[in-house]
Design a protein around this ligand. Sequence first.
Ligand code: NIG
Ligand code: FE
Length: 417
Amino acid sequence: MPKNSNEIPINTVKILIKNIKQLVQVRGQTPPPLRGEQTNRLPVIENAWLLVDNEIIAGFGNMDRLPSVQADEIIDASGRLVMPAWVDSHTHLVFPASRYEEFTDKIRGLSYEQIAAKGGGILNSARKLRQTSEDELFESAKQRLALAKQYGTGAVEIKSGYGLSTEAELKMLRVIKRLKETENIPVKATFLGAHAVPENIKKEDYVQIIIREMLPEIAKEQLADYVDVFTEKGYFDAGDTEQILNAASQYGLKPKIHVNQFTSIGGIETAVKYQALSVDHLEVMTEEDFRLLENSGVIATALPGCSFFIDIPYAPVKKMIERNIIVALATDFNPGSAPSWNMNFIISLACIKQKLTPEQAINAATINAAYALELQNQSGIIRKGAPARLLVTVPLQHYGELPYYFGTNPVEKTIGF
Ligand code: NIG
Ligand code: FE
């Protein structure tokens, strides 16, 4: 009974999903980030039901013990899997335009570095971004995110980094903020002013602009959750990274940084020192890099779509798991090195090219990826009381078929987003 007559009873909507072939990634409570042996286990209930009440997972179990509930909607998931939505913890999905012209250069044999050296690459996107309005950027990003959601992405991180001036970086971050406010999935914003050194300015001066101009303004407008640096030869070295992470820490921005894509130049050491949430890319790893990560809680995020697209080595994630490093997977969706929003393809690549088992790949793209965005309490697992952002797949026999049918979209229906 309402306490007083003015109180309007909340009308909760109950959705019952029944006859689920496999309910995947079911956990009694949020586990710690999965490492080593733990990554081999993907808990499943066969022939299951699940109840969503007011957008929250209210219960689940085996069809033998289906409780009697008055549901507003009943979904018959016969022959289908139900699972938590993917968490894409590394994207650059706000960008002005594709770079399909560079794609042709790449096919003709130019490398990522050679394309950048002739005026392409990140600076190409930055030039175009300055001529694109905030509204245009918002609309195109919204469309890309809509596609990602159709492919099962139910939480996402988005970076700035195609602005490279205070004004343009703020413009990008305001676009991400608008997405945060208007989307029905969690969106995290990462400030990546240190993505490349803009034209006609010395690197040292640009680093000072990042520290003295950009960071204070971003903090004032609360435009970022995290800070990122492209720590790489020809971009920013470990010393620059240290200065930026140190300045960002004063505003409470945790690092999630691009390291070891082409070379190992001390980025991991700096990231560990500043207690980064994640280090991302990791295609090139030294023994010292392994040692630093295995003794830390820093999440190693592999981006196999980038390795596939620009034809570089894949991050050695199998070995990382063997060495007890926490591994996550993400798309790196961006116009230069990974133009795909498809997390399903990412887990296929992780299995086919990086030799993860389906259990390991799915864990890396759900619960461990949720940790990489501090969303472990609301994304990445099926748990009673968690927000219901779920995928119902096309007919499949087993979750092992998710990476197996590569390049497809196995998502038939999304629930809760
Ligand atoms: O993660 N490597 C740095 N940044 C992006 C690529 C950005 C671009 O080429 O536009 C990446 O691969
Ligand atoms: Fe990236």
